[in-house]
Write a protein that binds this ligand. Structure first.
Ligand SMILES: CCC/C=C/C(=O)SCCNC(=O)CCNC(=O)[C@H](O)C(C)(C)COP(=O)([O-])OP(=O)([O-])OC[C@H]1O[C@@H](n2cnc3c(N)ncnc32)[C@H](O)[C@@H]1OP(=O)([O-])[O-]
Length: 724
């Protein structure tokens, strides 16, 4: 709703829909009615529109897009037009954010003032739509086409100073923005409105419209290949330059409708809410984010200053928390410090941080070689080499020196968290925190709950994760957890395809065309074939197998003859300038298909008596992606992942899965579970020896329902299909 009050001869309209004043039906109706009431009241001379609580409206209510309420009268276009047509001056008084429909409301106003820390922007591209309440038509009339193209196609927020410079804001005010808004409104109440109604203005840089739009179109196509919304934004902005507002708004609406009905908008909006759901955990037994109070965390420590450890230290320092870095010897400690200092120096150089802030942040770091220095910290994150014996040794030491209630966490990507916890006398205060590289940049944190981890430990680690800028997803304990476990069948299939008829570039091309930025074999080269070779050896060892014996490892999906042949030839990937591809030189990024690799593959097939065949792209696509999705369903049926949304967020934020498909689980729902199950069963019959093709029971059950089960209800079927 919107609250209407009068202060003298000023009508003040407060959008009131906590927490972010999204412009749902009742808010729109309240604003529309408020303008009408103020217009009719002769004692009102001017009007101020503002937001209750922490922000101005941040946009349309995204949930209403699916329900259809967004179209109900008055829709946002009608509200904006009503405001603009008002015969009394209307001032938008912005604090917090004015985003999307919120900014459109303010562009409908005759004046805009903002607090010093306010931000404006059109983030619609992030949810697959465009500023469809006149945003693409009004913004360029105020600030010109060039900056409008930048703002609308990027979805970036614009700070108060920049907004003033561009002309979005008429004034920046100190203090209470509503009080200032009232003062401002009074100062303009007798000014003529002619020239203040944005829809009647001309686009200032109209003469350059074609050149600007052509170059923006090329740029969005290059940057966001496959995304529909940025392309529609450029089209709509071009219209603003060429057409009067009344016609432009119709074309904008038509483009909006096209986007709204695209699968991309649905998937991106799903991802928006899934990301916000991630930190709302619940564990079997009922404890949840809503019922458990986290312990305060005032200081942290990181054990291990390698690439991951240093990145983790930076996340902690950036959050303003003191952090101790422990290393095994001075050489490693110096290397870690140097890496951290170098990264901050880089940020200063790029203008992302002031020298003073970098210095202040670095002053929170305390390097040491002594575990005893950790005796008072609240949370320790271990980031040593991925080796169970070593990790257990570290946890044993930590358990001895750290205070009783300190939490001990392991940055492990695959290892059994219960086994690590068993080296301590506090398994209830042990958790996994799987960071993704580079840790200071990647938003995902896969937090792993052990069998004995207490709800309060989960609550504390979740809160810390959010504080250090991450999106935490709570998962259960199994080899590879959710992300890497799903990765295994995907990479296995990619490599098996090489033995049957495909070459590396053919596999990668299909996956990259789907939207994952780097195909699985290029990822292999990036990680290093020696690294994956060692992992295979370690996993084989854990399973009691001899990794050199095909008959031992093949049944477990651990037989990668092409990778092994390349590894034995010293082709370790990018770092040696050769792996599944060749590179101009060691360390180069551009992967070039290598005839030598094709010869190695052909030779292997001849030796093994394999008749190579042409593998159609559709088969590459299904074998890599469907095997991964099947594994995702298995993590759900086993309770390793709590919700399909969690699986999706892990893949969207950690593995480059294209956001406009919503993630593997949402994508599965779009394929149709019956069809998907059919294809997985087909491959299971074709490759019965590959365990990852055994269809998930949950998927089977869901696929057999008479009507498609909405994704949000899959969890109800998980408990009935679980074997745990
Ligand atoms: C024709 C139409 C044309 C117009 C199109 C548009 O305007 S399109 C829209 C263009 N605008 C956007 O895309 C802006 C999207 N919003 C944002 O970018 C951020 O919310 C923020 C930067 C405003 C605040 O960040 P923050 O970290 O402080 O807070 P937070 O992110 O955690 O959110 C708090 C709660 O509010 C919820 N919620 C938020 N927004 C919406 C919404 N629009 N709707 C519904 N709900 C929304 C959010 O789910 C969460 O709910 P929960 O989990 O507590 O139940």
């Amino acid at each position: 709703m919107a609250d209407y009050r009068k202060q003298g001869d000023v009508a003040v309209l407060h959008a009131n829909n906590p927490p972010v004043n999204a412009l749902s039906y009742h808010v729109r109706q309240g604003l529309y009615d408020g303008i009408e009431a103020a217009e009719k009241d002769p004692s009102v001379k001017c009007i101020v529109i503002c937001g209750k609580g922490k922000t101005f409206p941040v946009g349309a209510d995204i949930r209403e897009f699916a329900s259809g309420s967004a179209k109900k009268f008055p829709n946002l276009i009608e509200v904006c037009d009503k405001i603009e047509a008002c015969t009394k001056p209307v001032v938008a008084a912005i604090h917090g954010f004015a985003l999307g429909g919120g900014l459109e409301i303010s562009l409908g106003c005759h004046y805009r003032i903002g607090g010093t820390s306010c931000k404006v922007g059109f983030p619609e591209v992030n949810i697959g739509v465009l500023p469809g309440a006149g945003g693409t038509q009004r913004l360029p009339r105020v600030i010109g086409l060039k900056p409008s193209l930048d703002i609308i196609t990027s979805g970036c927020h614009v700070g108060a100073k920049e907004a003033l410079k561009l002309g979005i804001l008429d004034k920046i005010v100190q203090g209470d923005v509503v009080t200032e808004g009232i003062k401002f409104a009074k100062s303009v109440q007798n000014q003529p409105l002619h020239g203040r109604r944005v829809s009647t203005m001309a686009v200032p840089d109209v003469s350059q419209a074609n050149a600007l739009c052509n170059s923006a179109m090329a740029e969005v196509k290059r940057k966001s290949s496959g995304l529909l919304a940025p392309v529609a934004c450029v089209k709509s902005l071009r219209v603003a330059a060429q057409t009067p507002y009344k016609d432009g708004i119709k074309i904008e609406s038509a483009l909006m409708l096209q986007l709204m009905t695209s699968g991309q908008a649905k998937a991106l909006q799903y991802a928006f809410f899934a990301e916000r759901l991630a930190s709302k955990w619940q564990v079997p037994g009922g404890a949840s984010h809503a019922t458990v109070t986290p312990r305060p965390v005032k200081s942290c420590a990181v054990v291990g200053g390698g690439y991951m450890g240093s990145g983790i230290v930076m996340c902690i320092l950036n959050a303003g928390l003191p952090c101790i870095l422990v290393e095994a010897n001075q050489k490693f400690l110096d290397r870690g410090i140097k890496m951290i200092q170098g990264l901050y120096a880089g940020s200063v150089k790029l203008g992302k941080m002031s020298e003073q802030d970098a210095k202040k942040t670095l002053s929170l770091l305390k390097p040491t070689l002594r575990y005893e220095d950790l005796k008072d910290v609240d949370v320790v994150i271990e980031a040593v080499f991925e080796d169970m014996k070593l990790k257990q040794e570290v946890f044993g030491k930590l358990d001895k020196v750290c205070k009783k209630d300190a939490l001990l966490c392991s940055n492990t990507s695959t290892l059994n968290i219960d086994k690590i916890a068993s080296a301590t006398r506090r398994p209830d205060r042990v958790m996994g925190m799987h960071f993704f590289a580079p840790a200071y940049y990647m938003k995902l944190l896969e937090n792993i709950r052990g069998a004995e981890t207490s709800p309060q430990t989960v609550a504390t680690v979740t809160q810390l994760s959010v504080k250090i800028g991450k999106v935490p997803v709570l998962v259960g304990n199994c080899h590879g957890f959710v992300g890497n476990r799903m990765m295994a069948p995907y990479t296995t299939e990619a490599q098996r395809l090489l033995e049957e008829g495909a070459y590396p570039h053919q596999v990668d091309q299909v996956i990259e065309e789907f939207g994952i930025p780097i195909g699985p074999l290029k990822v292999g080269d990036l990680t290093g074939l020696d690294v994956s070779w060692k992992i295979t050896r370690e996993v084989s060892r854990m399973l009691g197998l001899d990794h050199t014996k095909r008959e031992d490892v093949e049944p477990f999906g651990l037989y990668f003859p092409v990778r092994n042949a390349l590894y034995e030839k010293g082709r370790l990937g990018r770092k040696t300038g050769a792996g599944f591809y060749k590179y101009e030189k060691a360390g180069s990024k551009v992967a070039i298909p290598d005839p030598l690799v094709m010869d190695i593959i052909d030779h292997h097939c001849r030796e093994e008596g394999i008749d190579r065949r042409r593998i159609p792209p559709q088969e590459i696509y299904e074998r890599c992606l469907y095997s991964l999705i099947n594994e995702g369903f298995k993590t759900l049926e086993e309770g390793i992942a709590a919700r399909p949304e969690d699986v999706d967020i892990i893949w969207l934020l950690g593995y480059g899965w294209p956001r406009y498909t919503g993630g593997p689980m949402h994508f599965a729902s779009q394929i149709g579970l019956r069809r998907l199950y059919g294809r997985i069963e087909y491959y299971h019959n074709k490759y019965p020896d590959r365990d990852h093709w055994t269809p998930s029971r949950l998927l089977k059950t869901l696929s057999q329902q008479e009507h498609p089960v909405p994704l949000a209800q899959w969890g109800q079927f998980a408990s009935t299909t679980s074997r745990l």
